[in-house]
Design a protein around this ligand. Structure first.
Ligand SMILES: [Fe+2]
Ligand SMILES: [Fe+2]
Length: 194
């Protein structure tokens, strides 16, 4: 195995999205078990994670899949609809007070998002992974967008600044650096004719 293989794996767009899914599901689980005050923090953090993840998929991942992966129209249409429903629930959560109704609505959001991410992982991601789509280049673009977008989301910024601080940024930075390394290696191979 050469260095290229391991860095390529590190920046796959689908791996990056699976990592988001995992964190979002963890926040949903945490929401169930923490005290009322912490629930507020967990819910707002989860909402920022979902919004950021949705941005990456709608701006970069879905359009790339739409261009390159045959037969994905129906699942992309379902996915966009699921995003739309999540956005409607989030819009309501942003204007209602934190209390029993908020909890019930947040749990509805958790159910909707969980069903949707399971469908992406079961159907859409495997289709993308079997296609000729360059998931490593796409992963790099997504990691860059994610790093820029985190700066505008106070709860995620705070989360990164806390215990996981640097783990999150370092992980993301590693992805980007790995991607840059991979691109440099590809260029080098092109120049030397492999
Ligand atoms: Fe999605
Ligand atoms: Fe997703």
């Amino acid at each position: 195995m050469n260095g290229k293989t391991s860095t390529v794996e590190a920046i796959s767009a689908t791996d990056l999205l699976r990592g988001d899914h995992r964190r979002i599901k963890e926040l949903f689980r945490d929401f169930e078990s923490v005290d009322r005050e912490t629930k507020n923090y967990i819910a707002r953090t989860a909402i920022e994670e979902i919004e950021l993840h949705t941005l990456l998929e709608e701006k970069l991942f879905y359009p790339a899949v739409e261009r390159e992966v045959e037969g994905c129209e129906e699942i992309l249409s379902d996915s966009r609809e699921a995003h739309h429903i999540a956005k409607l629930i989030i819009a309501e959560l942003k204007v209602i007070p934190f209390g029993d109704r908020y909890h019930a609505k947040f749990e509805k959001l958790a159910d909707t998002v969980t069903d949707h991410v399971d469908e992406e992982e079961d159907k859409l991601f495997p289709m993308a992974e079997k296609s000729d789509l360059d998931l490593h280049q796409l992963g790099l673009e997504m990691a860059h967008l994610k790093m820029r977008a985190v700066a505008h989301r106070p709860y995620l910024r705070e989360r990164f600044r806390g215990a996981g601080k640097t783990a999150a940024f370092i992980a993301l930075g590693t992805v980007v650096l790995a991607g840059l390394g991979w691109l440099a290696a590809s260029r080098r191979e092109e120049l030397v004719g492999r």
